[in-house]
Design a protein around this ligand. Structure first.
Ligand code: GDP
Length: 531
């Protein structure tokens, strides 16, 4: 699939001469109407016109989720999947612990609780609830947002002694955005002098109208620490679940979501999956993103090995050839051959997408360099003219170097104005992110992308789970000034040596909440001497 310069101009609805000027601007020299552009070249030019080109997907094999049947009433009810959200220190972790223990003391057989990203609670009434226990800190809002999508119900924890706080509002927003119903848990009601009704009044301002105040949102007063009200909370969840009439097909191939994944010593690649529909059995073949797995074994949140997992249950799955990413959809394949060819075709598609992203990033850089060159040439000419004028008595002061002109700038003179104000166009820093857990890597990546464009722009070029490798270094070093952000993972001596040689900085972090701040600071400080 190729196109001529002429053809592309028609497609974009611009004049050939205009298109060729653009081409010249980004440093292309094949300036003829009948020149056949490659896919990449055409994409690059289209991006100049802010048209995002679609490189045709290789129509390789793909897996699709089954259609949801119109009549769900014939399928059995399934447990609700619940995410607990709320401001830091309002008691999310304490509540999760209390809930987890409540199930064990209810006479449940089995081992010690394992953290697999979710756990199931059995109520005395025989009903079950699945709780996702994603970490609750602000930097994880990305994962939480996704958590909300895998979620039927959000339990919003609000500490009675603190009230509605920024992350409370954020949680409300997430739930509303994802159209997930909320149950309010007013926590720390054991504390002296707290007034739960004040919290309900406050929540009203944010659109949360509790039953007491004439709305339909349940609010339960609890003490996560003492356990009071927690049973009532569970009952509220079950009541809401009944209204939602949550059902799933049981006897179809499994479909689910990766909630966590990591490499574990002695166990290989491990991923926790929340099954949404169907039943997954040991020996089944599944695909998630570009990873596939013949299910070698499965374990539940007590570490018990299980042979089957049905709707709304979370299981840890062993046997992945590669590590899947948190948030990836899990679908069952018919056999290994199908799984492999689906993965191959997805890898191919991703390569195309990456190529396009790389082209776009390169384009930005190239355009900035070009603008600088034009400005410099412009300045140089003006300067020479002024010097000539001085020597010929046409002006009485020796020229100051003129300020950069805005005329040639494509951004309406903003870059030049910035330059005149003593600031440069934002440097773009290519970043490779590595971490021990896929969910964390995703959260870090999306948080870094959201760093305010103050002094630097971060371009995340690659993310992955596992220690920092030489290929990461090469990747980070291929652009200018690349850095590697390593969260809870290390780089061996050899990789460190390569990094030193390639002048790639590896920034290691162990604590999530300092990471963003430090990365920003480090990137900025690192760039200063260059400017
Ligand atoms: P998270 O940041 O939302 O996960 O909050 P934590 O569960 O870590 O709780 C923060 C602090 O509040 C801890 O010191 C808990 O012991 C305390 N806490 C949590 N729930 C209660 C409660 O119901 N009553 C009281 N008095 N303290 C609580």
């Amino acid at each position: 699939l190729t196109i001529t310069v002429d053809g592309l101009a028609k497609l974009l609805g611009v004049q050939n001469s205009h298109l060729m000027r653009k081409m010249a601007n980004i440093g292309m020299d094949k300036l003829a109407n009948d020149y056949l552009l490659t896919n990449e070249e055409a994409a690059e030019i289209a991006l100049e016109y802010e048209v995002v080109p679609i490189i045709p997907d290789s129509t390789g094999p793909e897996l699709y989720p089954r259609k949801i049947p119109e009549d769900m009433s014939v399928h059995p009810l399934r447990p609700p999947v619940v995410t607990i959200m709320g401001h830091v220190d309002h008691g999310k972790t304490t509540l999760l612990d209390t809930l987890r223990n409540s199930s064990i003391t209810a006479g449940e057989a089995g081992g010690i609780t394992q953290h697999i990203g979710a756990f199931s609670v059995q109520l005395k009434s025989g009903q079950a609830i699945t709780f996702l226990d994603t970490p609750g800190h602000a930097a994880f809002s990305a994962m939480r947002a996704r958590g909300a999508n895998a979620t039927d119900i959000v339990v919003l924890v609000v500490a009675a002694d603190d009230g509605v706080m920024p992350q409370t509002k954020e949680a409300i927003q997430h739930a509303l955005d994802a159209d997930v119903p909320i149950i309010v848990a007013i926590n720390k009601c054991d504390k002296h002098g707290v007034d739960p009704s004040r919290i309900k009044d406050e929540l009203l301002k944010y659109g949360i109208q509790t039953e007491d105040l004439g709305g339909d949102i349940q609010a339960v007063e609890i003490s996560a620490l003492k356990g009071t009200g927690v049973e009532e909370l569970s009952e509220s969840i079950v009541t809401l679940a009944e209204i939602l009439d949550l059902r799933a097909e049981v006897d179809i191939p499994a479909q689910g979501t990766v909630i966590e994944s990591q490499i574990e010593r002695g166990r290989g690649n491990v991923a926790s999956v929340l099954i949404k529909r169907g039943t997954l059995k040991v020996g089944d073949i599944i695909v998630a993103g570009t990873a596939w797995c013949k299910v070698r074994s499965m374990a539940d949140d007590r570490g018990n090995s299980v042979k089957e997992a049905g709707p709304a249950s979370a299981v840890e799955i062993m046997g992945w050839k590669e590590i899947p990413k948190a948030g990836d959809m899990v679908l069952q394949a018919e056999n290994e051959g199908q799984a492999k060819s689906v993965v191959d075709s997805r890898v191919e598609k991703r390569k195309n997408k990456d190529k396009l992203a790389a082209v776009a990033a390169m384009n930005v850089q190239r355009r900035e360099t070009h603008e600088r060159d034009v400005n410099e040439r412009f300045d140089e000419r003006a300067l020479r003219k002024a010097v000539w004028e001085y020597h010929n008595g046409l002006r009485d002061s020796y020229p100051e170097p003129p300020a950069p002109k805005a005329a040639h700038s494509k951004d309406g003179g903003k870059a030049a104005a910035d330059a005149a104000a003593g600031t440069q166009p934002l440097p773009v820093v290519p970043v490779v992110i590595k971490g021990d857990v896929s969910g964390t890597v995703e959260a870090v990546a999306s948080a870094l992308k959201q760093l305010p464009d103050k002094k630097i722009k971060v371009n995340v070029i690659s993310t992955g789970v596992g220690s920092v490798s030489e290929s990461d270094v090469v990747l980070a070093g291929s652009g200018s000034q690349g850095v590697i952000v390593a969260f809870n993972v290390k780089a061996d001596k050899r990789t460190q040596a390569v990094a030193k040689r390639e002048k790639v900085e590896i920034m290691s972090f162990r604590v999530i909440y300092k990471l963003l701040e430090d990365v920003e600071k480090l990137l900025v400080s690192r760039l200063e001497p260059i400017r």
